[in-house]
Write a protein that binds this ligand. Structure first.
Ligand code: IVH
Length: 668
């Protein structure tokens, strides 16, 4: 037995050494097969003698038991973020603040790795716990997944206890390979390496995490008591000595000029790195100076993150496509030659309206500069005039609706062109899509594609037809199976019970938004009463303006609408208010009772203004994204919260969507 025990110790030691040489030093001394052979031997011994298993055995690298959830753990010291600099001026101001506070300094310049911040805890030299950043105060325990990252030492060269932080990331090569496999399996590929890394670290089954070749660079230490370092450069060197992987591209510099040089260098050379970076981090080097400067609520005063400008690429404008919305508004969309920008392939970008097209003088055939606003939404920045083809003509919106041929009108005071034909097919389809949407009847599984097919197969002509669909109608549709058809039919059945305000909103009455639908349904309680309400009566209601009152009464007086409502009723759709009486509550039902997270940098308001506004609407504004988060509003540079929301499938709005929503509410 002692012999076996010794063998186990030797295997641990050898595997540890080979692993370090390969993954941290990038300089293996034995062929891969040697490592694999020794690991297989250890796995076999552990299987036969479970008493030799240990939580930091090299065998944990391959993953273990799947977990059901990740425990939430409070950070010993909060994980802060960094203030941002976007240009030279911001950096010079930072430098000035630093020198005013502590005199002359040297800076440590580091690459800002585009991954996920994690915190690793060691006790007596053993890796005991690894956490995500979470909301900065509380993170999730992803120890088992982190152990599968070979560059994280499971035991240290010295038996010290401390916490070290760094960035876990997916090298580009692993990312490309992973997406290749995903595509082969007909699965949705990840948008970029950071999302892929986030998705991997959130695997409850660490065996799956182990398949996703992640890596890590460590960059900060929390508590210096057990270390000798007196500066960031020494701290990184000490981390190296302990067996950690730190980024070799760091550079200590003596002035802001040199910082700018370092930035210029990496701006040009970043694409040659085997991993993504999204900026440069500049840190005051001496720990003593760092301590003197201290922290704000959110970030250290002694460091700043320079963010690279949003990536701009050139593509070709192949066409301008027009789409007709539910209310007849015609929106132009740029159809682009597919091009990769900021991690995804872009082939379309909204052009918003004709005015914008003329302002930027965008013409079909032009080479155009494309970027992602807030790193999310594709946008045409400008035209490359030098490359304009000879005969490119100024673009004009059509005079007639591309769907129904009816003349388009420009309503006074609006930039938008509108098709005012109530029988316009494109509008009808959009109206159907609106009817089943979340805020309206909320029929899960009835998406745009299915609606379009049903409409074009003449299976639905109006919203009431939805309630008459049969399995035989559904089965011939593309990508429809027995199970999906059954689920869809039960979702349709369930939606019949929706309270009146959902139906009202779903009908798509002009100027009637979510809030007014709620107010009207609650006040009048039945569709019958709403059908005979007068304009005068309506305008007396606080939340109902003249425009709405008028459009509502006109709508209800229409014979076709009366017939439609009757048809809906005869097909079992509920026509009464069954919701709670919310009259006591102020605020907008669209946000009322919702749990909302704000993240990233907002341009047109501060986050706290946005938060206060949401609270006035009855929303709960929280700081961390969880399963119970209803909505994430993300500004630019949104980090882990956005990633988390993406991985959870939480609805995400950008700032403009939020502002549009606020404006729409004001119009209601
Ligand atoms: S230092 C107090 N150094 O960038 C925060 N951060 O907002 C200390 N990051 O959350 C962070 N590379 O995830 C630091 N070399 C580096 C970094 C780095 C990437 C990330 C980190 C942090 C975010 C800054």
């Amino acid at each position: 037995m002692t012999e076996l025990k010794e063998r186990v110790a030797t295997l641990h030691q050898l595997l540890h050494q080979y692993n370090y040489e390969y993954h941290v030093q990038d300089n293996p001394s034995v062929p891969d097969a040697e490592y694999d052979k020794l690991l297989a031997e250890l796995i076999e011994i552990e299987a036969a003698h479970p008493e030799f298993k240990s939580s930091n055995s090299p065998t944990v690298r391959i993953g273990g038991q799947a977990q059901s959830t990740f425990n939430k753990v409070r950070h010993d010291t909060p994980m802060l973020s960094l203030g941002n600099a976007f240009n030279e001026e911001d950096l010079r101001r930072f430098d000035q603040r630093v020198r005013e506070a502590v005199g002359s300094v040297t800076y440590m310049c580091e690459l800002k790795i585009d991954g996920l911040a994690v915190s690793l805890k060691y006790v007596d030299g053993a890796f005991v716990q690894g956490l995500t950043r979470g909301d900065g105060t509380t993170g999730e325990d992803i120890t088992e997944n982190l152990k599968t990252i070979y560059a994280i030492p499971l035991t240290l060269e010295r038996p010290i206890s401390f916490e070290v932080r760094g960035e876990a990331y997916m090298p580009r090569k692993s990312f490309l390979k992973l997406n290749e496999i995903k595509e082969q399996n007909d699965e949705q590929p990840f948008a970029n390496p950071r999302n892929a890394a986030a998705g991997s670290l959130r695997q409850l089954d660490s065996k799956l995490a182990a398949e996703r070749k992640l890596d890590i660079f460590l960059y900060s230490i929390n508590d210096f008591t057990e270390l000798d370092a007196t500066s960031q450069s020494e701290a990184l060197a000490e981390l190296d000595g302990l067996g950690f992987k730190t980024n070799p591209e760091r550079r200590e510099v003596a002035s802001i000029e040199e910082v700018l040089e370092y930035i210029a260098y990496w701006t040009d050379h970043r694409t040659a790195l085997p991993y993504d970076i999204d900026g440069i981090v500049i840190k005051v080097n001496a720990i003593e100076h760092q301590e003197e400067m201290g922290f704000t609520q959110k970030s250290p005063r002694w460091a700043i993150a320079y963010k690279f400008p949003a990536e701009e690429v050139v593509s070709k404008l192949l066409d301008i496509e027009l789409s007709i919305g539910r209310t007849g508004v015609v929106t132009p969309t740029a159809v682009l030659e597919p091009v990769r920008v900021a991690g995804t392939t872009v082939s379309r970008a909204s052009l918003h309206n004709e005015d914008l097209i003329h302002e930027k003088d965008i013409r079909i055939g032009d080479s155009v500069v494309v970027k992602k606003a807030g790193d999310i939404i594709p946008e045409v920045v400008r035209v490359v005039l030098e490359r304009r083809p000879e005969h490119a003509e100024t673009y004009h919106m059509p005079t007639h609706c591309p769907s129904c041929g009816h003349e388009l009108v420009r309503i006074e005071g609006e930039v938008a062109l509108r098709c005012i034909n109530p029988k316009c097919q494109a509008q009808l389809v959009e109206g159907l899509i609106h009817f089943v949407s979340r805020q309206a009847m909320n029929i899960d599984g009835l998406g745009t594609k299915i609606i379009e097919q049903l409409y074009h197969n003449e299976l639905i002509r109006d919203v009431a037809d939805i309630f008459q669909l049969t399995k035989d109608d559904l089965l011939p549709l593309e990508r429809m199976g027995e199970k999906k058809a059954d689920n869809l039919l039960s979702a349709i059945e369930a939606s019949k019970q929706q309270s009146l305000e959902h139906l009202l909103f779903g009908l798509g009455i002009r100027h009637l938004g979510v809030k007014a639908s709620q107010v009207l349904a609650e006040k009048y309680e039945t569709m019958t009463r709403l059908m005979s309400v007068t304009e005068a009566e309506l305008t007396e209601i606080h939340d109902v303006g003249e425009k709405l009152a008028q459009s509502f009464v006109t709508y209800m007086a229409n014979e076709d609408i009366k017939a439609l409502i009757e048809k809906l009723q005869s097909r079992g759709v509920n026509m009464t208010y069954t919701g709670e009486k919310l009259s006591e509550v102020e605020g907008h039902p669209e946000f009322h009772g919702k749990t909302i997270v704000l993240t990233g940098k907002l341009q047109q308001m501060t986050r706290s203004e946005a938060g206060q506004w949401l609270k006035r609407q009855g929303a709960k504004v929280t700081s961390s994204v969880t399963k119970s988060t209803d909505l994430v509003i993300a500004g630019t540079d949104a980090g882990s919260k956005l990633t988390k929301a993406e991985s959870l499938g939480t609805p995400i709005w950008d700032e403009q969507t939020f502002i549009d929503k606020q404006n729409a509410m004001r119009e209601e």
